[in-house]
Design a protein around this ligand. Sequence first.
Ligand code: PAF
Length: 279
Amino acid sequence: MKVIDTISQFRKEIKNYEHPIALVPTMGALHEGHLALVKEARKTAKTVIVSIFVNPIQFNNAVDLEKYPRTFHADSKLLTKEHCDILFYPSVDEMYPSKSELKIDFGYQNKHMEGKFRPGHFNGVGIVVAKLFNIIQPDLAFFGQKDLQQCIVIQQLVKELSFPIDIKIIETKREQSGLAMSSRNARLSEDARAVAPVLYMSLLSMAEGLKNNNFEETKAKSQELLSLTKQIKEEYIEVVEMESGKVVSKFEKGKKYGICIAAFVGNVRLIDNIIVDNE
Ligand code: PAF
């Protein structure tokens, strides 16, 4: 595996690699969830590129940025094992030689869920993903379903800016307890880790209740379940209709929905979701 840390070197080097080229964009601290994306990419592409870049402009909280785990050596070992061809590992100065002034406004998505609770977050995600797409020019790009609204926003970016890139969304990997794998889990205290699976339990309970179309009652029950655990502070539970990407308050037959949650578990903010087909 080649490690490349500048845009100019990447552009020279990529000419020697075959299409289709797949990109797996990450912020490092790799776990089974990321490796599942790399494995999927390996199945479909001739060249697999993983980027590791902790993107400062998508953090709306300085402590979160500072505490974000950085584990380059372990990450590069894992990627070598997965037969990644190129690891793109630029510095902040390489990606942002001057302060980024551009703003990408995702409209509706900025006002709901992550967009509402993390002002500026999707602007930062949109800019870095667009930069990576322009630098790497992949044919396919792989993202994890765990960040469901991020997937919606990236599909919007690709559609509205006409990037010729096939976006693949890969199912969330979970620990045995049901907790969704996330780089942020490394920051959970032992106590917080013990209660964190309640997030997934409340999603399952909501999915079960929604089948009976009792929207408000079901949501209230899930919120109550969360509130029983002192270390958990819910930010939102919302249901998104998958085709439109819009938040809804009723469940119709024949549609697919994403049930999404965000909560602080101790002092770590986690998100999770499940997709249900209301056949
Ligand atoms: O999901 C992530 O790890 C990041 O938001 C991404 C897509 C790599 C952009 O920085």
